[in-house]
Design a protein around this ligand. Structure first.
Ligand SMILES: [Zn+2]
Ligand SMILES: [Zn+2]
Length: 258
């Protein structure tokens, strides 16, 4: 199984990550990717960049050295409505939405203190239903018990992907693996889709999905339901969310398929 896009990575803009955009381009090539995504932490997280970081991502070329670069964000699920948006529990202001190709929403301990299963599930479903999220990030974190099947149902109803995060199987969020596997089983049961992300905090990790792929293969997950297996598949998915990046990448995509 080869996955040609990475949907989750962090640059030096979040200072607990250690690589630049340039480093990522180099590593993406070496690691056999055709596309990667910048998804630095949204501002409610300590150590995240200023909101301007995201609005100005338009200066980043769409393609460098045949590698496509998507402009994303890893937003935070919040336990209260976000002050700069209407009726939303993720920290994405309305003004930023036109600049983003997609948004991940995740639970992070400094922003959303772990709560009970009902409260966590409710917050996750609110984020899914917010209409501004395309991917739910690293839901296997054992600090956030969830009614996983309810979340998968809501994700399918709202065309939101369930992320299978490779870092959850090794150095992040200890104890996630069994929860990630059961999540994959529910996604499979409901014939829904995943995205696979490295969650790289240094460029060498970009496009490294070994353990996520192993978990998907263990449950015989249908490859067609991996939304980021090819650039065309992922960009089509973003078009379903009304994102215009498809138009900008069309010439590159055509060349890629030759
Ligand atoms: Zn991080
Ligand atoms: Zn995260």
């Amino acid at each position: 199984m080869k996955i040609l896009c990475d949907t989750h990575s962090h640059t030096v803009a979040s200072t607990h990550a250690y690589s630049t955009v340039h480093d990522y381009i180099t590593s993406a090539k070496i690691n056999g990717l055709q596309l990667f995504s910048l998804t630095d932490h949204a501002p409610s997280m300590p150590d995240s960049p200023h909101m301007w970081h995201f609005g100005n991502m338009q200066v980043i070329p769409r393609i460098v050295d045949d590698i496509a670069i998507l402009r994303g964000i890893e937003a935070n699920i919040m336990n209260a409505p976000y002050e700069h948006a209407t009726q939303r529990n993720v920290d994405l202001p309305d003004s930023l939405l036109p600049y983003l190709d997609f948004a991940i929403a995740s639970f992070h301990e400094p922003v959303f203190p772990p709560a009970g299963i009902k409260e966590n599930t409710k917050a996750a479903i609110q984020a899914i239903e917010s209409g501004v999220i395309q991917i739910m990030g690293h839901l296997g974190n054992p600090n956030y018990p969830l009614y996983q099947e309810e979340i998968v149902r809501a994700a399918k109803d709202n065309n939101v992907l369930i992320e299978i995060n490779n870092s959850s199987f090794n150095h992040s969020r200890n104890g996630s693996a069994p929860f990630c596997v059961s999540l994959i089983e529910f996604v499979d049961k409901h014939s829904w889709k995943v995205s696979v992300g490295s969650d790289a905090h240094i460029s060498f990790q970009v496009g490294i999905f070994d353990q996520a792929i192993e978990a998907l293969q263990r449950v015989n997950f249908n490859e067609k339901n991996i939304a980021n297996r090819t650039p065309a598949a992922f960009i089509d998915f973003l078009s379903e969310h009304g994102k215009s990046v498809a138009e900008e990448l069309q010439p590159w995509l055509k060349n890629l398929n030759k």
